[in-house]
Design a protein around this ligand. Structure first.
Ligand code: NAD
Ligand code: TYD
Length: 353
């Protein structure tokens, strides 16, 4: 089959990546999707069982930092476009091991950019390099500050957000210096199916189910702006197809929650679905030492995306959180598998280390 585009999606076995891969494979049979993933602890091919046999889907195990390998893959598949999601993504891990974050998020992005620059030099305008970034590059807001817009200055505080900010700068530099057709989106916190249970929402749902303590950092007063992951994937589709070269788009749900309030909603929803009396699991809330450098508040102004490209979130939060809690309760095997580490051994056997 002659595909219209061959899109290299990096990090497709991760939380957001699997939803993006699924959307592109199913919605665009005229595109070939190459899912390139290193399968770190956060990458899990079980997330993509329902697409693995599709004719327009290919999986390649590779490290984005391995420049020679990336060049080889560009040539082998005649890659026409990139949607880059592969990253180390957990703030707490970045505090313990900043080197891995600089390596993957900065050097890995640079290696992809350089490959794209070499392979597409005949005509940059017809090849898109889409870099998926985070609102955390903008730093932290006070309770009464206005929301982050696309022109808010970068002010990252954690090693994770510093590495993402650096990668965003490299992407823009490749546009300004070489004319690469890049595009960046900065999204708020995502939630939904297939998120690794080290992040707040899946960790707490799992702990409530098993009557384990819920470690709330500090006083639980920090605020995050939550977006259902499939709405993020829909936004990526819109930005990839309609966004302006060299431009940036913020993606968010106008859905701010103080952690402690969100945790109470999760407790209420899990208790309801498990048939427990209301308030049954409130005693699991355990205030613990705050995260170092814990950003107080993130909140995204995504009006540009709505006004220019017509994207809006499709789900109300109440509906999204109920769907999410249900999914984790119904997929206990998935949670047990990723928390036991068994799946890493399985894929090591299949694809090597
Ligand atoms: P994730 O940690 O769930 O998945 C990351 C994926 O990248 C995994 O499949 C992992 O195996 C792969 N990967 C890691 N290092 C790699 C390497 N060196 N080479 C190839 N593959 C590698 O992350 P996520 O939550 O799905 O986030 C995806 C992207 O979206 C990231 O760039 C992140 O910064 C960004 N983002 C995430 C959120 C969020 O709330 N999760 C919000 C905004 C932006
Ligand atoms: P997280 O899901 O790690 O996302 P991020 O740090 O990228 O926003 O955390 C979301 C919020 O929840 C953040 O304010 C930190 C807090 N948090 C806890 O209070 N306890 C936890 O165990 C975790 C993982 C997070």
């Amino acid at each position: 089959m002659n595909y219209k585009k061959t899109i290299l999606i990096t990090g497709g076995a991760g939380f957001i990546g699997n939803h993006v891969v699924r959307l592109f494979v199913k919605k665009y049979p005229e595109y070939r999707v190459i899912n390139l993933d290193k399968l770190t602890y956060a990458g899990n091919l079980a997330n993509l069982k329902d697409v693995e046999d599709e004719p327009n889907y290919v999986f390649v195990k590779a490290d984005i930092c391995d420049f020679e390998k990336i060049l080889e893959i560009f040539k082998l598949y005649a890659v026409t476009d990139v949607i880059h999601l592969a990253a180390e993504s957990h703030v707490d891990r970045s505090i313990k091991d900043p080197f891995t974050f600089a390596q993957t998020n900065v050097m890995g992005t640079l290696s992809l950019l350089q490959a794209a620059k070499e392979m597409w030099q005949d005509d940059y305008s017809s090849h898109r390099f889409y870099h998926v970034s985070t609102d955390e590059v903008y730093g932290a807001l006070d309770f009464d500050d206005t929301l982050f817009t696309e022109t808010t200055s970068y002010d990252p505080h954690s090693p994770y957000s510093a590495s993402k900010a650096a990668s965003d700068h490299f992407v823009r530099a490749f546009h300004d210096t070489y004319g690469l057709n890049v595009i960046i989106s900065n999204c708020s916190n995502n939630y939904g199916p297939y998120q690794f249970p080290e992040k707040l929402i899946p960790l707490f749902i799992n702990n409530i189910r098993h009557r384990k303590p819920l470690p709330v950092y500090g006083k639980g007063e920090n605020v995050r702006d939550w977006l259902y992951v499939i709405d993020h994937a829909r936004a990526i589709d819109v930005v990839f197809h309609k966004g302006k070269a060299g431009d940036t788009y913020n993606i968010g749900g106008f859905n701010e929650w103080k952690n402690i309030d969100l945790i109470k909603v999760m407790i209420k929803t899990v208790d309801k679905l498990l048939g427990n009396p209301e308030g049954h699991s409130l005693d699991l809330i355990t205030f613990v030492t705050d995260r170092a450098g814990h950003d107080l508040r993130y909140a995204i102004d995504s009006r540009k995306l709505k006004n220019e490209l017509g994207w809006e979130p499709s789900l109300q939060f109440e509906e999204g959180i109920e769907k999410t809690v249900k999914w984790y309760l119904e997929n206990q095997d998935w949670l047990d598998n990723v928390t036991s580490g068994e799946y890493e051994k399985y894929y090591e056997k299949m694809y090597g280390k």
